[in-house]
Design a protein around this ligand. Structure first.
Ligand code: GAL
Length: 432
């Protein structure tokens, strides 16, 4: 009996969050309000965003979720009788349920946001201690997706230590892949599965599962509580860094961080490299291509974070790239593309400016190879040497497709070379 219990426990401890209708098996595709609008959201803005997704072909391309981020509720309190969160009546005159009906009528799903703390990051009421009430409200309103953040954790639920990970706002804490002040962090080999963080996020998982509705669960824990040890057991995706912002260094830093945990990607759960900045003007076209290509290839959720009406045609085309979206949504291969050679650095170097440059992965479309020129100055010729690419056979001949142009580049033996501009990425599919 005791043995059976132990076995049961260990099996459930590694089981993923699988929804009966298949939700969460593949990375979420959609749009989120935060990167473009922060707190400045309302019903008509969200409906306009959904309309733009239809008008510009994003719905047809498979983008499914329209997600509210922070600041959707009344700020000062919950409903004094029911204790429910109250949608801001000025911003959302039809409530969140009225918005959800309209979003559903357009053929999309709708997401909402809260935090596993007393308040959200922007200071709105949040869900700790109210998980069942909030999950029930969201289910009743027709919500399909929850992003659950990590702000304002009560002190009695804090963890005894944090994982030492690269920090986008404090890069000096982690140099050349090494923690500079290890004494400030959890020791090597620490077991994070029993932390208060894991419990806070699992309490909401259980509240969501108790509803008679599928609600995809997206953890926004930022990677500081060893979430890679318990994320798969808890949610369908887990943020692995603090916030992306509208600039190239954020793209390379997150890419460097995610490159070392990309083995954690599989069906039903994956690290979330954060929402896209494509379209927001802080990146060149080459940089936008690299950002999107890697987020797709690492099988991160792909949540558009821009105003599609004002984004350039080029930016929109990048996010509509069919072969990359198909790689991200591959129903046969759950694993992400992985680095096979670091290029401008020795293999296995952690470098926040120059992440690995040579990546590959198996897919229904053949072998994906990404050649990323991380260097700042000129374009350079980059070579996929078949003997180095794990999925390719050194002695075979392959047809090569350029995923950006759609062009068939011809058949090649032993290697394939292409010029890649500074900060750009060649995206190639090899088929025999
Ligand atoms: C951060 C989160 C962002 C955004 C913001 C809202 O913690 O990582 O993606 O949701 O809170 O205040």
């Amino acid at each position: 009996m005791a043995l059976a219990k132990v076995l049961l426990f260990s099996i459930s401890a590694v089981s993923a969050l699988e929804w009966d209708d298949g939700t969460g098996k593949l990375p979420a595709l959609g749009w989120n309000s935060w990167n473009a609008y922060h707190c400045d959201i309302n019903e008509s803005l969200i409906l306009d965003a959904a309309k733009a997704m239809v008008d510009f072909g994003f719905k047809d391309a498979g983008y499914q979720y329209v997600n509210l981020d922070d600041c959707w509720s009344v700020k000062d309190s919950r409903d004094s009788n029911t204790q429910e969160l109250v949608p801001d009546p000025d911003r959302f005159p039809n409530g969140v349920s009225g918005l959800a009906d309209q979003i559903h009528d357009m053929g999309f799903k709708i997401g909402i946001y809260s935090s596993a703390g007393t308040q959200t990051c922007a200071g709105y009421p949040a869900s700790i201690g109210y998980e069942s009430i909030d999950a029930a409200s969201w289910a009743a309103w027709g919500i399909d997706y929850l992003k659950y953040d990590n702000c304002n954790v009560p002190s009695d639920l804090a963890d005894e230590c944090n994982a030492c990970v690269y920090n986008l706002n404090n890069p000096d804490n982690y140099v050349n892949g090494t923690c500079v002040h290890p004494e400030d962090y959890c020791p090597d080999g620490y077991d994070f599965t029993g932390t208060n963080s894991a419990k806070r996020f699992q309490t909401m998982r259980d509240a969501l599962k108790a509803q008679n509705r599928t609600i995809l669960y997206s953890l926004c824990e930022w990677g500081t509580a060893g979430v890679e040890q318990w994320g798969r057991d808890t949610g369908n995706s887990w943020r692995m860094s603090d916030d992306i912002q509208n600039g190239w260094n954020y793209v390379t830093e997150i890419l460097a961080m995610n490159s070392v945990i990309v083995n954690d990607v599989d069906f039903w759960g994956r690290p979330d490299a954060d929402m896209l900045e494509v379209g927001n003007g802080g990146l060149t076209t080459a940089e936008e291509r690299t950002h999107f290509a890697f987020w797709a290839a690492m099988k991160s959720p792909l949540l558009i974070g821009t105003n599609l009406n004002t984004a350039s045609e080029e930016s929109r085309a990048i996010m509509l790239n069919k072969p990359l979206l198909a790689f991200n949504q591959d129903g046969t291969h759950g694993a992400a593309a992985k680095p096979y050679k670091w290029g401008s650095n020795p293999d296995y170097t952690f470098n926040a400016t120059n992440p690995p440059e040579f990546w590959s992965g198996a897919s229904e479309q053949g072998t994906l190879v990404l050649l990323f020129n991380s260097l700042g100055d000129d374009g350079r010729s980059m070579t996929a040497d078949f003997a180095e690419v794990p999925e390719l056979d050194a002695g075979a001949e392959y047809k090569v497709l350029n995923a950006w142009s759609g062009e068939d580049l011809g058949s090649f033996s032993s290697s394939f070379s292409i010029d890649v501009d500074s900060h750009d990425t060649a995206v190639l599919f090899f088929t025999s």
